[in-house]
Write a protein that binds this ligand. Structure first.
Ligand SMILES: [Zn+2]
Length: 253
């Protein structure tokens, strides 16, 4: 079924050659000239397919322009957005080599460990950058999140940090407590925001189902502070009747 779907997808995508006109805007206000049709191999959730599409070249930028790739979200990558999202999921859940095995077992799609790693790390960086920008805008007041609809009797903000083992490249230039003076761990800081409205039969508070949202970073506390306060505001801290902060009393918390 997957191969059949892949074959249909390939034929469907072939209906648009990606040729827009002889010259198109390169994106930097020059004209890029049509050169030829070129074939690219794509890995999709339906397996590998070939995409034949128009290739343009901008002599001012000395680079290629492929409108079809941009439209399909496959510029500078051979993984489709759908397969990339699946790869990111397994890459976040288990180590990359196991992620490759898991992906192959569940979907029949074979990728190298390196591709799983590159995909998950690139997308993770992009997501973290987008969250950072949003949090910074909330901190400066450029963005004011709309509070959620409905009453919020109790909003909880729980935060903590813990040392996690890190490879040397991630601890470079960081001082540690070890005999060689180098750090072998980094502190992961994790925050969760959730709401609570009900109590159980014994009167203990129950976390509202599906109400938890998380932020996490290896960056210093100032950065984490911006992230968690933006998340609390997004979740309606200004509107909540009570805001409860759960922490172990560490200085940074
Ligand atoms: Zn150009």
């Amino acid at each position: 079924m997957r191969k059949l779907g892949g074959s249909l997808l390939e034929q469907l995508l072939a209906l648009d050659t990606g040729h827009r006109s002889q010259r198109i805007d390169c994106g930097s206000a020059h004209l890029a000239e049509f050169v030829s049709y070129r074939t690219k191999r794509l890995d999709t959730v339906l397996g590998p397919i070939e995409l034949n599409r128009a290739y343009y070249h901008c002599s001012d930028c000395a680079s290629g322009v492929v409108p079809r790739d941009e439209e399909l979200g496959v510029s500078h990558t051979s993984l489709t957005p759908g397969l990339a999202a699946m790869t990111d999921r397994v890459g976040a859940a288990v180590p990359f080599a196991k992620g490759r095995d898991l992906l192959a077992e569940l979907t029949g799609i074979e990728l190298s460990t390196k591709r799983v790693e590159r995909c998950a790390e690139a997308d993770g960086k992009a997501i973290a950058a987008a969250i950072d920008i949003h949090a910074a805008c909330v901190a400066t007041g450029e963005v004011v999140p709309l509070p959620p609809a409905g009453a919020i009797p109790k909003l909880y903000v729980a935060l903590d940090g813990t040392g996690i083992p890190a490879v040397p490249v991630d601890t470079a230039y960081r001082k540690g407590k070890g005999p060689d003076g180098r750090a072998h761990t980094r502190e992961a800081k994790l925050g969760v925001v959730f709401t609570q409205t009900a109590v159980d039969d014994e009167g203990y508070p129950i976390r509202d189902p599906d109400s938890s949202s998380y932020v996490a970073t290896l960056e210093p506390v100032e950065h984490f502070g911006t992230l968690i306060s933006a998340e609390a505001r997004r979740r309606g801290s200004a509107k909540a009747t009570d805001v409860v902060v759960l922490g172990d009393g560490a200085v940074w918390i």
